[in-house]
Ligand binder design. Structure first.
Ligand code: DGL
Length: 270
């Protein structure tokens, strides 16, 4: 199984992109998803806790048969990728490096903006990766960041098109616009829900990067290049969705975000 985890159910936006890919290419890899709904959000937590939670999340998936781990959560990807790679024996994929790479490829004026949670922004991972990738392309790129902490609860409350949300988006985008970025990474599982509202505040020439789409491209290539791993993945359309806390609100959000009703099973984290 392909294991995907997130700090909550925001990671279903990444699942959706995987399912779109399977549909397009007539594939049927079985997904095993875990959303840590009991401990969400991760975005304002400290590094050590995020690492610990991410490792527990990944181990839960591996114990249940995941052969590959995808970190759907931008915060966990930013803070815990190296830690997971060092502590797990299965391949680990994450959303930050493919998004950074894409941004480096598409920027024309070499000014990239990042919107993310506090932990993602404070990790400085984007600065590091963008510097590394841009050096390879002989580009000199400046990175401008802003933590957009209020957007996660607003999206979860379904406040997508309200005046208040639009004002907050404008405020978060302002420093990036002032810096004249031409590319912005939406570095959080929840932000793509605000795509329309974000685009409305930006010049059409500014390009947006959705990390979920980028990790799907990376996975596609990886499985093609690694047939032995690909053949070890089980195929079934019966995907499994696990959460550490289950309420009506979580069920409703999951249905709304995935665009279909799914069965969520509550599991206990050891
Ligand atoms: N999933 C998180 C992310 O993509 C957002 C929610 C949280 O803070 O846990 O960064």
């Amino acid at each position: 199984m392909l294991g995907i985890f997130d700090s909550g159910i925001g990671g279903l936006t990444v699942v959706k992109k995987f399912l779109d890919w399977f549909k397009r290419d007539h594939l049927s890899y079985q997904l095993l998803y875990f959303g840590d709904t009991a401990r969400t959000p991760y975005g304002n937590r400290g590094e050590e806790i995020i690492k610990q939670y991410a490792l527990e999340d990944a181990r839960l998936l591996i114990e249940r048969g995941a052969k590959i781990i995808v970190i759907a959560c931008n915060t966990a990807s930013a803070v815990a990728t190296e830690y997971l790679k060092n502590n797990l024996s299965v391949p680990v994929f994450e959303v930050v490096s493919p998004a950074a790479q894409k941004a480096v490829e598409i920027t024309r004026n070499n000014r990239i903006g990042i919107l993310g949670t506090r932990a993602t922004i404070n990790s400085n991972i984007y600065d590091r990766l963008i510097k590394e990738y841009s050096a390879k392309l002989h580009k000199k790129i400046s990175v401008f960041k802003n933590n957009a902490t209020l957007l996660v609860p607003l999206v979860e409350e379904g406040w997508l098109e309200t005046v208040e949300t639009k004002k907050i988006i404008r405020k978060y985008l302002l420093p990036l616009k002032m810096a004249q970025v031409d590319t912005i990474v939406l570095a959080c599982t929840h932000y793509p829900f605000l795509l329309k509202e974000i685009e409305a505040k930006l010049n059409k020439r500014i390009k947006l990067v959705d990390p979920a789409l980028e990790v799907v491209s990376v996975m596609k290539k990886y499985l093609k290049d690694n047939p032995s791993v690909e053949q070890g993945l089980s195929c079934s359309s019966k995907h499994q969705f696990l959460v550490s806390d289950l309420t009506d609100r979580i069920e409703n959000l999951a249905t709304r975000w995935l665009g279909e009703k799914i069965k969520l099973d509550k599991v206990d984290l050891k």
